[in-house]
Design a protein around this ligand. Structure first.
Ligand SMILES: [Zn+2]
Length: 91
């Protein structure tokens, strides 16, 4: 079961967190998988309440989850996005 950003059960289990975006695999339109090292220091928001799973590469995540993930240029931006995502309707 999944829920939408800013809606229950957000903020009740602390399931969302930010992390440095790991090295990832990207798939070209030809179906070729290309691995790349993330040296940009991008952060992303992982929200289990939205059905996200840290094991899913960004490229394989549904559009909804990509919007949640970002990625964000630095930790502060990611934290702000996380707060908005979690608390928009609870404050
Ligand atoms: Zn969420």
């Amino acid at each position: 079961m999944t829920s939408s950003p800013g809606r229950p059960p957000h903020g009740q289990g602390g399931k969302a967190h930010i992390r440095l975006q790991p090295s990832a695999y990207f798939e070209t339109p030809d179906g070729v998988r290309v691995s790349y090292e993330n040296s940009a220091g991008l952060y992303e928001v992982i929200c289990a309440d939205c059905g996200d799973n840290a094991d899913i590469p960004y490229e394989q995540a549904p559009d909804e989850l990509r919007k949640v993930r970002g990625p964000y240029q630095n930790e502060n931006l990611a934290m702000r996005a996380l707060e908005q995502h979690m608390g928009a309707r609870f404050r």
